[in-house]
Design a protein around this ligand. Structure first.
Ligand code: PLP
Length: 355
C-alpha cells in the first residue's frame, strides 16, 4: 500500500536551481558575486544570539522601514520568505481550482511550478520576436477565469523591461477584478529612465481607484541576501491582507529580518555596488555584440543569449571553461553579470565558441 499523494504532482518537474560546481565561476543564479557588507554580517551575528526566540511574525520593524522608504502604509506591505514564496501566496490568495494565472513565457521558472502546486490553471503567453513581454497578446489572453497576471519586468531571463506607457495601457485593458503583479526582482539594476518604478505606477493606479496592481521586490538580488530569503509585496490593503493570511507563520526568520534592515541602512553602499554591475553589464553586452551574438537590451544583472538549438552546446563549452551559466535547453542561456574578472572568463569562453 502506497501513500496516496496528489496524482497531478507526478508529472510536475522540480525547480532546477543554478548549478554550483566547486572551482568554477557561478554566473547561473543572478546572485551578486560580492559577499555581504561587514555591517550586514555584524547584524546577522547579533541576531544569531537570539535564535532561541521565534521571529516577529509580522516583521514589524522591517515593514515599517520599507513603508517609509516606499511611501506606502505598513498595511500595504506583506513580507515573504523570498519573493518566490510571495508569488505562491499571491496565487493561493487569488485562485481556486477553476481559476487561471496568466504569465509571459519564457519568464521566471517558478511561475508554472507554483501555479500547478497551488492547483490553479495556467496560460502562458509567448514573448515577442525581440524577447520582450507581449502585453497586447497578454491582454487578449485574459478570460473570465483569469484571476492573476504576472508581469515580470525586467524579465527573467531575457532582461527586457517595459516602458511606462506600455504598462499603463496594459493595466487599462485588464478587468479591475484581475490582479496585475509587477515582478520587479531586478528593479535596482534598471538604468533606463523610460522604465518606471513599479511602486510609483501602482500608487498612481490606486489613486485612480484601481486596486488591482501590486509589486514584488526582493532582497535576494541587488541587496545580496539570496541565502537568507526575504522579499516583499507592495499591494492595495485588501490584497496585502490576504497575503498575510496565507503566510506560513514565522517563515521570514529573525536573522533574515535583521539582515534586511541592516541592508536598508547600508542602501547607498549596496546601490553603488549595483551601479558597478550595471556598468559591467554594458561592457559585457557590448563585447558579446562585437563578437557577433544577438543580445537583447537588458535591464537586469544578466544577459540573455538566444542560442536556440545551440544552447546545450554553448552550456557545455562554458562549463569546459569553468564558467557555469544558466541554460534553458532549446531556447537560450542566461548569464549573470559578476565581478570584472568573472565576466572576462565568461567573455573568453563566449568568444571561443563557434556560433
Ligand atoms: C529571483 C527572482 C525572484 C525571487 O527571488 P527570491 O529569492 O525568492 O526573493 C522572483 N522573481 C523573479 C523574476 C526572479 O528572478
Amino acid at each position: 500500500m502506497t501513500v496516496r499523494t496528489r496524482a497531478d504532482l507526478a508529472q510536475l518537474p522540480g525547480y532546477v536551481p543554478g548549478r554550483t560546481i566547486p572551482g568554477a565561476i557561478k554566473l547561473a543564479s543572478n546572485e551578486v558575486s560580492a559577499g555581504p557588507l561587514p555591517s550586514v554580517v555584524a547584524a546577522i551575528a547579533t541576531a544569531a544570539t537570539n535564535v532561541n526566540r521565534y521571529p516577529d511574525s509580522a516583521a514589524t520593524d522591517l515593514v515599517s522601514r520599507l513603508a517609509a522608504k516606499l511611501g506606502v502604509e505598513p498595511a500595504q506591505l506583506a513580507v515573504g520568505c523570498g519573493s518566490v514564496t510571495l508569488c505562491q501566496q499571491l496565487v493561493q490568495a487569488t485562485c481556486g481550482e477553476a481559476d487561471e494565472v496568466l504569465f509571459p513565457w519564457r519568464s521566471f521558472e517558478a511561475y508554472p511550478l507554483i501555479v500547478q502546486v497551488v492547483g490553479a490553471g495556467q496560460v502562458r503567453v509567448p514573448l515577442t520576436e525581440s524577447h520582450a513581454l507581449d502585453l497586447d497578446a497578454m491582454a487578449a489572453a485574459i478570460t473570465p477565469a483569469t484571476r492573476l497576471v504576472f508581469v515580470c519586468t525586467p524579465n527573467n531571463p531575457t532582461g527586457t523591461a517595459l516602458r511606462r506607457e506600455e504598462i499603463e495601457r496594459f493595466i487599462d485593458a485588464v478587468p479591475e477584478h484581475v490582479l496585475v503583479v509587477l515582478d520587479e526582482a531586478y528593479r535596482e539594476f534598471v538604468d533606463d529612465p523610460e522604465v518606471p518604478d513599479g511602486v510609483e505606477v501602482a500608487k498612481a493606479q490606486w489613486a485612480k481607484g484601481r486596486d488591482n496592481v501590486a509589486v514584488l521586490r526582493t532582497f535576494s538580488k541587488a541587496y545580496g541576501l539570496a541565502g537568507l530569503r526575504v522579499g516583499y509585496c507592495v499591494a492595495p490593503d485588501a490584497v496585502a491582507e490576504v497575503l498575510r493570511k496565507v503566510y506560513v507563520p514565522f517563515s521570514v526568520n529573525a536573522v533574515a529580518q535583521a539582515a534586511a534592515i541592516a541592508s536598508l541602512e547600508a542602501e547607498d553602499e549596496l546601490m553603488a555596488r549595483c551601479a558597478e554591475i550595471v556598468a559591467e553589464r554594458a561592457r559585457v553586452r557590448g563585447e558579446l555584440l562585437a563578437a557577433g551574438y544577438e543580445i537583447p537590451e537588458t535591464q537586469g544583472n544578466f544577459v540573455w543569449l538566444p542560442l536556440g538549438e545551440r544552447t546545450a552546446e554553448f552550456n557545455e563549452h562554458c562549463l569546459s571553461h569553468k564558467v557555469v551559466v544558466r541554460a534553458f535547453v532549446g531556447d537560450g542561456a542566461r548569464v549573470t553579470i559578476g565581478e570584472p574578472a568573472e565576466n572576462d572568463a565568461f567573455l573568453a569562453a563566449a568568444r571561443s565558441f563557434q556560433h
